[in-house]
Design a protein. Structure first.
Length: 190
């Protein structure tokens, strides 16, 4: 009996450790610029990302449902982008002095976030009372920070399986997933 309980405890700790892993990893370059007081313009490219399990880009997938559906999708993502910026600036620790912004004015660097794949999630997890992330949106892609003066890439990150919380509407799922992306990036920078 003790062996069975010990095995379950090990399995539980392994599951917790896997879920606690940071989905954002430094791929190349020097992340020390985030420790300086610089301004970084954020550009997120996800309006035409590939929708997971649909094998179509978002504009084609939502465009088939009607122009209004695609415009709502883009509007929801634009709100989520603002949430990414707000969360990053509000939650950064003492080691991160850089400020991210929507504006390109006076920005020394540009952060290009390329979302290669997006699972838009669903509200199904709420009906069945599943975990808080069941049905949440999920994104994969890369983050590239470019020096605006030289045009050179300073550092590059990759993110995989960044998953947000479940919610009945896509806007809330999108905001959640981008907050988790900001949180993962901040953890990588510390």
């Amino acid at each position: 009996m003790k062996r069975v309980l010990f095995s379950f405890a090990l399995l539980f700790m392994a599951c917790v450790a896997m879920n606690a892993a940071n989905p954002v990893k430094l791929k190349s370059g020097d992340k020390s610029l985030f420790g300086e007081e610089v301004t970084i313009h954020v550009v997120i490219d996800d309006h035409k990302t590939v929708i997971d399990r649909r094998d179509q880009t978002a504009d084609v997938y939502y465009g088939a449902k009607g122009e209004a559906e695609y415009e709502k999708f883009v509007d929801d993502l634009d709100r989520a982008h603002k949430s990414f910026i707000t969360f990053f600036n509000e939650k950064k620790g003492a080691n991160v002095k850089a400020t991210v912004t929507e504006s390109a004015d006076n920005a020394e660097y540009t952060m290009n976030v390329d979302v290669a794949l997006m699972n838009v999630g669903n509200a199904g997890g709420m009906v069945w009372g599943m975990s808080r992330k069941a049905g949440g949106a999920l994104i994969n892609g890369t983050i590239q920070v470019v020096d605006n003066a030289s045009g050179e890439t300073v550092c590059e990150f990759e993110f995989e399986r960044v998953k947000g919380l479940m919610a009945p509407v896509f806007r809330a799922r999108a905001i959640s997933v981008y907050r988790y992306l900001a949180d993962g990036l901040l953890k990588t920078l510390e």
